[in-house]
Design a protein around this ligand. Structure first.
Ligand code: SF4
Ligand code: SF4
Length: 425
């Protein structure tokens, strides 16, 4: 008979409590309606890249269902043996955490292919929350989420360094535009837009060039849009990270918050935050590609597609595209700023995940898993013959850059903003 330690009993109690709290009607439906028909297998990039049963959506979800039945289903509690239910040991929880964090990127593609619309990603999201609460959240993701909270708590310490960095970047923008009038405004009360970047000049300089050319009323956020607590399923921390930007936007009285090309950051602020806080945010949230799309439509950005003459393809970030609904905006911009735009197949709602989403790119130990799961994306890119891959998410950008090296694709990876800035005349 298996011996269960006191610590394991405590973790089991916590896991049960979390599951009871998080399994709402939507998740319950996903847990209950799967008929194990297997239709979803081909829809998953893990399975496509390595066709094994353990890489199917229903296999993963089934591992969580066993725990759910043990904890919450009266039949499962009465007859645990029927469902393969076993005491929840340290080893079992650790294995479930591994499944939830590294073998599903929460891309939601399988839901579109399932005849019953089973949301396997929602099951895995609940499992991530349970695992994080019980102390099985990947250390790297926990550290990044904590660092975002610490940055707000110590904002005064960071402010001067940040302002110095912005001055350097402003100089770069002025050099590129040949104008000492170009600005990267910070703390500009009453600006129309608050632009929220990521760490890295590539999410500030091209956008600053675009805003200056378009004569936009804008100001740069002191914070970045990354919210790794979302990947952990830790909503308490996710709210704190989002709150930094909300407080800043309210203090500056901006009309809109514009999120840089970051899939999860955009989804978190636009779609998740109003649900977390239980009310709409007091400003509009859009992505920078929506703004660029408007500028091009309104003729305020003089662009020449011949500047980007090499063949270009676009990878739909799962968060921005399938989950966020921004499918045509990047394509309209790309058709205006590149000379030879080529679609991957399939694309838009049916695009495959690159294999690096939902925090996988941040954990070095998962590189082999990512490269394996990204094989399908690498094949798709190769088939287009493109020399440049554009994507509107920094996680996808990093992953595709690594896929290019690993599979010898020889492609450059860039963003919609960067190609737009390059096409300005
Ligand atoms: S999730 Fe949907 S497609 Fe997949 S096995 Fe279950 S019912 Fe079939
Ligand atoms: S959500 Fe994506 S990664 Fe997860 S099982 Fe479904 S298709 Fe696979």
């Amino acid at each position: 008979m298996e011996t269960i330690t006191v610590e394991e009993q405590n973790k089991t109690a916590l896991a049960r409590e979390m599951m009871e709290k998080l399994v709402d009607r939507r998740v319950l439906t996903a847990l209950e309606v799967c008929v194990r028909c297997g239709t979803c297998a081909e829809s998953c990039h893990y399975y496509q890249s390595d066709p094994k049963t353990e890489h199917t959506p229903y296999y993963r979800a089934e591992q969580v269902r066993r725990v759910y039945r043990q904890f919450m289903d009266p039949v499962g509690q009465a007859f645990p043996g029927w469902f393969g239910a076993k005491p929840t040991t340290d080893e079992a929880l650790s294995r479930l955490a591994e499944i939830a964090f590294s073998s599903c990127t929460l891309c939601h593609r399988c839901t579109f292919e399932c005849p019953f619309g089973v949301e396997t990603a929602e099951i895995m999201r609940v499992m991530r929350s349970v695992a994080t609460a019980c102390g099985y959240g990947p250390e790297m993701l926990v550290e990044i989420a904590n660092a975002a909270i610490a940055k707000e708590e110590n904002a005064d310490l960071f402010r001067d360094i940040f302002l110095d960095q912005v001055k350097e970047l402003e100089k770069e923008v002025q050099d590129k535009l040949g104008s000492s009038e170009a600005r990267i405004p910070v703390n500009q009360k009453g600006a129309r837009l608050l632009y929220v970047p990521l760490a890295g000049a590539h999410t500030i300089v091209p956008q600053a060039i675009i805003f200056n050319i378009a004569r936009e009323s804008w100001t740069l956020s002191m914070f970045d849009t990354a919210n790794y607590a979302v990947f952990l399923g830790d909503i308490t921390k996710a709210k704190r990270i989002a709150q930094r930007i909300i407080k800043e936007a309210e203090a500056l009285e901006v009309q809109e918050v514009i999120i840089t090309e970051c899939g999860h950051g955009y989804t978190a602020m636009r779609w998740d935050a109003p649900k977390w806080f239980g009310h709409p945010l007091p400003f509009k949230v859009r992505n920078i590609i929506e703004v660029i799309d408007d500028y091009i439509r309104d003729g305020v950005l003089p662009v020449n597609p011949a500047t980007n003459g090499e063949p270009v393809t676009y990878h739909d970030s799962c968060n921005l595209g399938r989950k966020g609904g921004l499918l045509e905006e990047p394509r309209r911009v790309l058709r205006a700023v590149v000379g030879d735009f080529r679609e991957m197949t399939p694309n838009r709602l049916h695009s495959y995940c690159c294999g690096g989403g939902s925090g996988l790119v941040a954990v070095p130990e998962w590189k082999d898993i990512r490269m394996q799961a990204g094989k399908l994306k690498a094949d798709q890119i190769r088939q287009t013959g493109a020399k440049t891959v554009v994507t509107s998410c920094d996680n996808c950008r990093f992953q595709i850059g690594e896929l290019s090296q690993y599979y010898d694709l020889g492609v450059e990876v860039t963003s919609v903003s960067e190609l737009t800035a390059k096409a300005l005349v």
